[in-house]
Design a protein around this ligand. Structure first.
Ligand SMILES: *[C@@H]1O[C@H](CO)[C@@H](O)[C@H](O)[C@H]1NC(C)=O
Ligand SMILES: *[C@@H]1O[C@H](CO)[C@@H](O)[C@H](O)[C@H]1NC(C)=O
Ligand SMILES: *[C@@H]1O[C@H](CO)[C@@H](O)[C@H](O)[C@H]1NC(C)=O
Length: 378
């Protein structure tokens, strides 16, 4: 065989090999692995660097085509033995899944798409969030999708609520945690993005209160919720970078004071702390409407309602108006919650009670002039 023949043979063999690989492509379905820094993951709420969630309601949203299976690979900073997450597929109701460090298959109820060449690829939105005010750490390492699935950009709603509060906003005692609480329900009803920075037991004043080392006037500005103190692997807080909230909150709702009152913080001191807090919020949220809830109080079996800090909230709103800030509004919730709406043993709203509060606030907001989005942005 001459040199040129050898070369020709080599070329022919190479072509044959190429043809063989074309004829028999590697059909083994390979899952699509998404790294936790993929720009198509829409993160919301408060995440630390690991990255891991703090605060009830923090989570992420995915928009994908040809999706039918989803696995979350979670890291060692995930709550042990598990954290409860809410999952919603295509805006259906949130259901609960308990996840742990390692691989977690999330049931989506979507059927397999075999013809991935079809023109109209099915698109799906999956929304996931930590539900608990404690045991709420989800340390996301990677996301695994089925072969053929592809992440698409998620466009957030133009409306974005930030709720600030205590147990009455965080969904304490509810089976699905914050996902059944009035702030979350209100956000859903308006087809809005929503973040709930609420900590059961916490005062607004920066005092130790029912196991919380800090009040909301401090911890609101931190990445971590007050659970950090009980967390061996992350026993510290870090400043929250508000630039990470995309879009920035368009509406702020504050319902706080119960734990200040139970620590005998008197009205004058509470008003002063609240005004300092609002002034600091205004360095981040220059013009956004701030809704100041009066307490609905603690309803009793005999029909009476235990009130606290009465009159303080009107003073706060008046003081802001006097400063020229007209974008602070009093939401008078007197009478919103009766004994039938609470768990009898702890007087916190029950599941229908939270829905009732959400309905009343939605009506209040509509009267005020805010309309729900007509459709979800993604
Ligand atoms: C998740 O765990 C909680 C508490 O550990 C339990 O009460 C709940 O039933 C579990 N949920 C599911 C869907 O397994
Ligand atoms: C896709 O194929 C699998 C098995 O190959 C089958 O079980 C499934 O029903 C098919 N799905 C659809 C939507 O045809
Ligand atoms: C966190 O640190 C504080 C002291 O700064 C300590 O009292 C507390 O026990 C620590 N928590 C854990 C879970 O280690």
């Amino acid at each position: 065989m001459g040199l040129s023949n050898l070369a020709t043979t080599t070329i022919v063999l190479c072509l044959a090999a190429a043809a063989a690989s074309l004829a028999a492509p590697d059909t083994k379905p390979r899952p699509v692995v998404i790294q936790n820094n993929d720009p198509h993951i829409y993160f919301h709420g408060r995440w630390d660097k690991s990255p891991g969630t703090w605060w009830a309601g923090s989570g992420f949203k995915l928009h994908a085509e040809n999706l039918h299976s989803l696995r979350l690979n979670l890291g060692p900073h995930t709550t042990t033995p598990s954290a409860s997450i809410g999952v919603s597929v295509d805006y259906q109701p949130f259901f609960q899944v308990n996840v742990s460090a390692g691989a977690n298959d999330i049931p989506l109820g979507l059927s397999e798409v075999n013809d991935t060449t079809q023109k109209h690829k099915p698109r799906t939105v999956v929304r996931i969030n930590a539900q608990g005010w404690q045991n709420n750490r989800v340390n996301l390492e990677t996301i695994q999708l089925n072969h053929g699935a592809k992440l698409l950009p998620y466009t957030p709603s133009k409306l974005s609520f930030h709720f600030i509060g205590d147990s009455l906003s965080a969904g304490q005692f509810l089976p699905q945690g914050v996902d059944q609480a009035w702030p979350f329900l209100t956000g859903e009803a308006f087809k809005a993005e929503h973040t709930v920075i609420a900590q059961p037991g916490a005062a607004l004043t920066d005092i130790v209160s029912y196991g919380n080392q800090h009040g909301l006037s401090y911890i609101f500005f931190r990445t971590e919720d007050d659970g950090y103190y009980y967390t061996a692997d992350h026993n510290y807080t870090t400043p929250w970078n508000f630039a990470r909230d995309v879009p920035a909150a368009t509406h702020l709702v504050i319902h706080i004071g119960a734990n200040d009152a139970s620590h005998n913080i008197i009205s004058d001191a509470f008003v002063k702390t609240y005004l300092t807090f609002v002034a600091r919020l205004r360095t981040i949220y220059h013009k956004q409407p701030i809704f100041v809830f009066t307490p609905w109080g603690w309803p009793n079996a005999d029909g009476t309602v235990g009130q606290y800090l009465q009159g303080s909230y009107q003073k706060i709103v008046n003081a802001r108006h006097a400063l020229g800030d007209r974008n602070v509004f009093l939401v008078d919730t007197t009478g919103w919650v009766t004994f039938a709406d609470v768990f009898p043993d702890n007087q916190h709203p029950n599941v229908p009670g939270h829905q009732k509060i959400a309905n009343l606030f939605e009506a209040w907001l509509k009267d005020w002039g805010l309309s729900p989005e007509t459709h979800w942005s993604t």
